[in-house]
Design a protein around this ligand. Structure first.
Ligand code: ZN
Length: 275
């Protein structure tokens, strides 16, 4: 039986003879069912029509994206360290070429995912590479394909590998997670922020939302919580969700000024009356 994938959000469900009746992820307020209705695809059909591309942004950091874009346009990032490789976030398409290339780079020690919109086919990836998937326990209810390889972590941080730390920022989802890579950016540190802190199109700021497609903002308290979560960490670069969304320098300062801008915007103190 196939494990069907929602074509709108990319989430894979437990094996079934027929496609599921609904997508729980898409029917929740942070996602959406398109006007054309719910539709499903099997992993085999997806692999037949799409392919993955690989871009190295710096030594040890390779972004993997699917073309044409699939789901919500998810990207994954392969972080290669001397202690092993981590897949940060996950994408629906796992094809033979992707398996061969990652195995050629030493395989995976683990998979860590920022929030449920990137859970996608995490169980298929876990089985292909024989590694666990690390999810924050606060988002446990959004796992649509349970598996013994899924390990839930609690608390504010989780040391995944030497120099690779998961940080719970919350916000977009209660368990919303970012990854800190100490050796990134030439040893000055890189933050892989997904859309817990999303890099804006001008690549000068970050912003923070409960729902990006449905434009639901976060509260001041939630954004202050995200800011506090990264305060102990040094980072020069931020890699966001999309391939071109990178803060290339002074990212710690960019984070601080972005939080200040957001808080002023929702407090109504950002501008004069005619601006
Ligand atoms: Zn969906």
């Amino acid at each position: 039986m196939p494990a069907f994938i929602c074509t709108t959000c990319g989430t894979q469900y437990t094996e079934s003879a027929e496609p599921p009746a609904h997508c729980t992820i898409c029917e929740e307020e942070r996602q959406y069912v398109p006007a054309s209705g719910q539709s499903w695809i099997t992993p085999e059909r997806l692999a037949a029509r799409n392919a993955n591309t690989f871009r190295q942004h710096e030594p040890g950091l390779i972004r993997i994206t699917t073309v044409p874009a699939f789901g919500i346009g998810q990207g994954a990032i392969l972080v290669c360290t001397s202690a092993g490789n981590v897949l940060w976030d996950c994408i629906s398409l796992l094809d033979d070429a992707t398996i061969a290339m990652i195995k050629g780079l030493g395989g995976l020690k683990g998979i860590a995912i920022s929030h449920p919109h990137f859970y996608t086919t995490m169980v298929d990836w876990s089985r292909a590479f024989g590694c666990p998937v690390h999810l924050h326990a606060f988002d446990r209810k959004w796992v649509m394909r349970p598996d013994k390889a899924i390990k839930f972590w609690d608390g504010d941080t989780f040391a995944l590998l030497p120099g690779v730390t998961l940080i719970r920022g919350g916000g977009h989802f209660p368990g919303g997670t970012m990854l800190h890579w100490a050796q990134g950016a030439g040893g000055r540190g890189a933050l892989l922020s997904a859309d817990i802190a999303t890099v804006t199109p001008d690549r000068k700021f970050l912003s923070f939302m409960r729902s990006y497609p449905n434009l639901i903002p976060l509260s001041a308290r939630e954004v202050e919580g995200i800011a506090a979560s990264v305060a102990p960490f040094a980072f020069e670069k931020i890699y966001g969700h999309f391939v071109d969304r990178i803060i290339t320098a002074d990212a710690k300062q960019v984070f601080a000024k972005s939080v200040a801008r957001y808080l002023a915007a929702i407090a109504g103190t950002a501008r004069g009356p005619l601006e």
